[in-house]
Design a protein around this ligand. Sequence first.
Ligand SMILES: N[C@@H](CCC(=O)N[C@@H](CS)C(=O)NCC(=O)O)C(=O)O
Length: 236
Amino acid sequence: MTDLSAFPITRKWPAQHPDRIQLYSLPTPNGVKASIMLEETGLPYEPHRVAFDTQDQMSAEFLSLNPNNKIPAILDPDGPGGKPLPLFESGAILIYLAEKSGKFIPRDPAGRYQAMQWVMFQMGGIGPMFGQVGFFHKFAGKDYEDKRPRDRYVAESRRLLGVLDHHLEGKAWILGDDYGIADIATFPWVRNLVGFYGAGELVGFADFANVKRVLDAFVARPAVQRGLQIPAAPGA
Ligand SMILES: N[C@@H](CCC(=O)N[C@@H](CS)C(=O)NCC(=O)O)C(=O)O
C-alpha cells in the first residue's frame, strides 16, 4: 500500500486511494485544465476540493505542496523512478500528465515543442490577460472610474484572440488534426472570458469565428463536460 503520510497536504485532504494521483483543485479556468486532462487520459485519480471561501489555499497543508497558494496541484504517488511527485502550475501538470500517459502530446520532437509553445502562449498571455479582464470587468475593478487599465487588458486580450483565430484557420485543433494539451490549456480560459466573465461583447468575440468553432468542439467533448464539474461542490 502506498504511503503518502510524509506529505502534510494529506493530513487536511486524506487519501482514500493513496495509489492514485491526488488532485487538489477547484473548477476554475486553471483548475479544470488538470481535471479535464485527468478525465481525458483515464489516469486513476482522486480529487480534493480546495475551497476558496474558507481560504483552504492559504492553509499550511496546502502551502506545503504549493508555496504559491494557487490551484491546481497534484501529488502522484508513482512519479519518476517510482517515487511520489508533488507538482504545481497547471502548464507543468499538463506536460507531466501528457508524458506520463503518452497521450495528448505529439510523439515527434518538433510536434512536442509546438505543443509546449502553445501551452506557454496560454500560460504567459491568455491566462494572465483574460484574468485581468475578469478583474476590471466583473470583479472589484469594475467600480474603478478610470477605465484605462480595463481597456488595456481588453485590447491585449483581443489581440491574443486574433492571433489564435488566425492560427486556427483551417485547423480542427491548435496543433492541427490532433487534440491535445494546448487546447486543454487554452479553451477553459476562452470559455470563462465569454461565459463567467461576460466579456464577449467587450472583446468583440463575434469577430473570432475560428476560436468560437473550436471552443464549441472542445466543450462538446464528454471528458471536458465531466472535468468542468471536478472537484464537485459539497452536496452536488
Ligand atoms: N499560473 C498558475 C495560476 C493558478 C491560479 O491563478 N489559480 C487561481 C484560480 S484560477 C487560484 O488558485 N487563486 C487563489 C488565490 O489566488 O488565492 C497555474 O496556471 O497553475
